[in-house]
Ligand binder design. Sequence first.
Ligand code: ASP
Ligand code: MG
Length: 411
Amino acid sequence: MSRIVMKFGGTSVGSVERINHVAEIVRSEVEAKNQVVVVLSAMAGETDRLVNLTKDLSKDFPTSEYDVVISSGEQVSIGALSGLLNSSGIKSQSLLGWQVPIVTSSDHKSARIEAISSEVILKLFDENNVVIIPGFQGISADGRITTLGRGGSDTSAVAIAAAIDADFCDIYTDVDGVYTTDPNKVPNAKRLDKISYEEMLEMASLGAKVLQTRSVETAMNNDVVLRVLSSFSDVGKKKKGTLVCSEDSISDKKIVTGVAASTNDAKLTLTGIKDKPGVAAEILGTLAENNINVDMIVQNISNDRKTTDLTYTVPNDEVDNAKELMDKLSNNLSYESLIVDSNIAKISIVGVGMRSNAGVASQMFDVLSKNNINIDVISTSEIKISVLINKDLTEKALNTLHEHFELGNTN
Ligand code: ASP
Ligand code: MG
């Protein structure tokens, strides 16, 4: 007997037909005598619809009530599945976030899970129930409904798995695993059997949408073994999918595991800023104070020690805010010009093997140069190298790097 958390995303519960299919997948685990918690997203499109409703009502819709509205999609799906299971002879009970309870911080719209009590869930297990819990929602210490940020159901599932010490946390979605790169852009992309937490963390924050970044962080910190599986394959067939696990459990380590592209950022360059202490702190401090997430940062050495240039990237939807803040700064911080470029892509190669292999960066740059792809900005971490390039060359860069590092299918 295993104890499993199974999470199904929006498309997996997007229609009567899909919910019936989920019920069959749950049935197969129950018949295998497993203890099961099911975590569900809202039906596909539902959360967007609710978000738009709050926007149509008021542009200053309070975040505390926003959470009450947008968490309701999940209530519908858990009630629906639990009702269906019971009516087809599988004992189950739904629990809302506050009934578990899943206690979170009180940061509405982006709350963090602080504690999950396993007591009610374990009692329902003792009575032979499947337990069905909404993803995405919780309750703050002062008793208000909270949500965890878009895509947060993954994090709910992982945190619940940690709380009840589950053997697996299965994330069922509309693809059958994690790929070496985006299969829509590189036809030869290959499903990975295993990927380490750290690599997955990089891939998720680089825009691989299979898992919310915070869910991977939570899994890594609590040693929860994640399996990414398709909810669209036949019930009972051997599960393929991708195992997200610790590096030690992966024997055939490659130097590069995946290539990712993200086109959600814009690049801002301040030219002619003073080359003196405190300038970078002022610019980046202002952005941080205004909750604008800066990703890559580059500052050049100045020739004359008087002025230099500073380049950074922010999410596209923050460009206007960032520009406004830089305008304000120009009063006490003189600079020559502000250049904004949204036509960029960040291309990254990721792999734990890079730690112990020199020369991977130069291989990457060489491939790009041979394909006439100019590099604007470079940044590296222990297991990742990222470059900014012209957005129009995204697919070319992905395909050539994918091929060079031999990541694809070999047929
Ligand atoms: N329903 C929420 C969303 O669409 C949470 C989730 O699906 O993970 O963001
Ligand atoms: Mg999702």
